[in-house]
Write a protein that binds this ligand. Structure first.
Ligand code: AR6
Length: 197
C-alpha cells in the first residue's frame, strides 16, 4: 500500500494505491466525472428523486430513466444494498450504476452491512462489465441520514477490502464528495483505514 500526498496534483486530493488500483477522493459534482461509471445513490423505485439522484437524472437525460423503468418492470424494486447498471445517457460517464443505501435508523437495522454491500455490489457490477474507473458519491449521508463520519469509515473499508481481495478490471475508484464537511470526513477516514490491516 502506497500513500501519496496528492495536494500538488489536484487541490484537496488524496489517494492510495491498493493492489494496482488507485483510490482517491475529491470534492466536486459527480455528474461532471468522466470515469467509465458514476454511482447513483438511488431509492428502490429507481424513478429519480432529490440529491445526487436528481442531479444525475437531470444531467443524463431520459435515456437513464427509460432503462430504469425497464429494470423495475423486469425485476421489481431494487433491494437495499443491491446495484444495477444503465447507460450514462448524456453524461461524460458511459454508465450509471444505481444502488440503494440504507436509511439510517440509529444503527440498529444492519445499516453498516447494507451500506458496505451497496459499495461492493456496485464494484462487482463494474468489474463484471469490465469497467476500469468508477466514481462514488457519499451514499446514504444525505436524505437517508447516515452519520457522515461512520458512513465514510464503512465506505472506505468496503472499497479497500474489495480492491485488496481481488484484481479486477477496476483500476480507479474516486469518492466525489459534494461539500467540505463530507470531504473532510472521508479524508481523515482514508488515512485511518489505510493504516489498518
Ligand atoms: N455530486 C456528488 N454528490 C452529491 C451531489 C452531486 N451532484 N448532489 C448531492 N450530493 P443524497 P442518500 C451528495 O440525499 O442519502 C434521493 O432522493 C449529498 O450532499 O443524494 O443516499 C434518492 O432518490 C450527500 O453527501 O442520497 C433517495 O430517495 C450525498 O450526495 C435518497 O435521496 C448523498 O445524499 C437517497 O438518499
Amino acid at each position: 500500500m502506497l500513500l501519496l500526498g496528492g495536494e500538488d496534483v489536484e487541490r484537496q486530493t488524496k489517494k492510495v494505491i491498493i493492489n494496482q488500483a488507485r483510490l482517491s477522493i475529491i470534492q466536486g459534482d459527480i455528474t461532471q466525472q468522466s470515469t467509465d461509471a458514476i454511482v447513483n445513490a438511488a431509492n428502490p423505485g429507481l424513478m429519480g428523486g432529490g440529491g445526487v439522484d436528481g442531479a444525475i437524472h437531470r444531467a443524463g437525460g431520459l435515456a437513464i430513466l427509460e432503462e430504469c423503468k425497464q429494470i423495475v418492470a423486469k425485476q421489481g424494486y431494487l433491494p437495499t444494498g443491491k446495484a444495477v447498471i444503465t447507460t450514462g445517457g448524456k453524461l461524460k460517464a458511459k454508465y450509471v450504476i444505481h444502488t440503494v443505501g440504507p436509511i439510517w435508523h440509529g444503527g440498529t437495522k444492519n445499516e453498516a452491512a447494507l451500506l458496505a454491500s451497496a459499495y461492493q455490489e456496485s464494484l462487482k457490477l463494474a468489474a463484471e462489465n469490465n469497467l476500469v474507473s468508477i466514481s462514488f458519491p457519499s451514499i446514504s449521508t444525505g436524505a437517508y441520514g447516515y452519520p457522515v463520519a461512520e458512513a465514510a469509515r464503512v465506505a472506505a473499508k468496503a472499497v479497500a477490502s474489495f480492491l485488496r481481495e481481488q484484481v479486477t478490471s477496476i483500476k480507479e475508484v474516486v469518492f466525489v464528495l459534494f461539500d467540505s464537511k463530507t470531504y473532510d470526513a472521508y479524508s481523515s477516514t482514508l488515512e485511518e483505514v489505510m493504516t489498518q490491516p
